[in-house]
Design a protein around this ligand. Structure first.
Ligand code: NAD
Length: 330
């Protein structure tokens, strides 16, 4: 067969030009190229473009001091009293956030939170603040957003981490309505109310923002159900599947306002929620399902949280980032 010759429109067959032309700073006159790529962040060009544009060759890297940095940004994290939420709050503080508002329905923060709070104080920059609020209360969550907006004059990052399970093995054919609704109410409604609370403030302050909805790999794949013991939970799977869809919908609505919405889908991570992994047969079976052959630690989500929250992921929205030890890859 003869090779197919593809004809490209003139724009694609032009000779290569200097890369810097695509990343002109905001002080340059508008050009067709800038309209395509949007304005640069306040700190200007980074990477190859910065080196090519600079009159003298830069000697310092910007990767962690600019793109990954959350210096001066304000964050809201739900479910932040412990587990993945608390790990997330710490990550954002370490990345430079000025204040991380930790929302949880536990009236008082627990010992883990208190220890992390003191560590952040010792770091000498940024702080964690605890707010007692149930994410299933829409009005209450909106008020949390308003409080942060009033106090800080901005809100840049939101992580909707509060979540729950049915707790135990329940056949999908008999899932009680009340239990189903309770899980949906926290994992789906609560995530929406959190995103609303943050998104409303981000819209008001016009700085853009990053909203991260914690879903789960179990929103995309089902679990082995042919062996005992089991942890069947149709409510949990359904609630997380809904978050994936919510992510795409909100990303499309908020993209024009530079508010990015992505979901983060962990596989099995060792927290209070996954205490069922201590049942030896279950722990072994579920560990072996992942190509890496083990359960993850909360700290193994730090990198992806820092990336999604910061400018380092500035072209990423409407995506689901799976961090599962490969559980989904079978
Ligand atoms: N641990 C895992 O293997 C795993 C895997 C995938 C996804 N996730 C998701 O990650 C998130 C965090 O899970 P985790 O493992 O840290 O669980 P966890 O049980 O350790 O922490 C959940 C936190 O959410 C809080 N919370 C629960 N209901 C709330 C409500 N109505 N309002 C406010 N706060 C509430 C709890 O008090 C707790 O602090 C959840 O959304 C969970 O579904 C966990």
């Amino acid at each position: 067969m003869l090779p197919v010759t593809r004809r490209f429109p003139p724009a694609f067959s032009r000779p290569a030009r200097k890369l810097s032309a695509h990343f002109s700073s905001s002080s340059c006159s508008p050009s067709a190229d800038r309209r395509l790529t949007g304005p640069l962040p306040a700190y200007g060009a980074v990477g190859v473009a910065r080196i090519l544009e600079s009159p003298s060759t830069p000697t310092e890297s910007t990767l962690f001091t600019k793109e990954f940095s959350l210096t001066d940004r304000i964050a809201l994290v739900t479910g932040a009293n412990r587990g993945i939420g608390l790990e997330t709050a710490l990550t954002l503080a370490e990345a430079g956030a000025r204040t991380v508002y930790c929302v949880d329905f536990q009236k008082e923060p627990g010992e883990d939170w208190t220890k992390v709070h003191s560590f952040v104080e010792r770091l000498g920059r940024g702080k964690l603040e605890y707010i007692n609020q149930d994410v299933t209360d829409q009005e209450g969550m909106w008020k949390v957003g308003e409080l942060i907006g009033r106090r800080e004059g901005r809100l840049d990052v939101c992580v909707a981490g509060a979540g729950t399970t049915t707790g135990g093995d329940v056949s999908g054919l008999e899932h009680p309505s009340e239990q189903f609704q309770r899980v949906m109410s926290v994992n789906t409604n609560g995530v929406l109310f959190t995103a609303q609370a943050a998104g409303q403030q981000m819209m008001q302050f016009k700085n853009g923002g990053s909203i991260i909805l914690i879903a789960s790999v179990l929103g995309s794949v089902s679990m082995e159900i042919r062996e005992e013991p089991n942890v069947r939970d149709a409510a949990y799977h359904s609630s997380k599947g809904a978050v994936l869809s919510m992510t795409r919908t909100l990303a499309c609505e908020l993209g024009p306002h530079r508010i990015r919405v992505n979901s983060l889908s962990p596989g099995f991570i060792q927290t209070s929620m996954t205490s069922f992994l201590e049942i030896p047969e279950l722990g072994k079976r579920l560990s072996e399902r992942a190509p890496l052959g083990r359960i993850g630690r909360p700290d193994e989500l730090r990198g992806v949280v820092a990336w999604l929250a910061s400018d380092a992921s500035s072209f990423c929205t409407g995506s689901d980032i799976i961090v599962s030890g490969g559980l989904h890859a079978w």
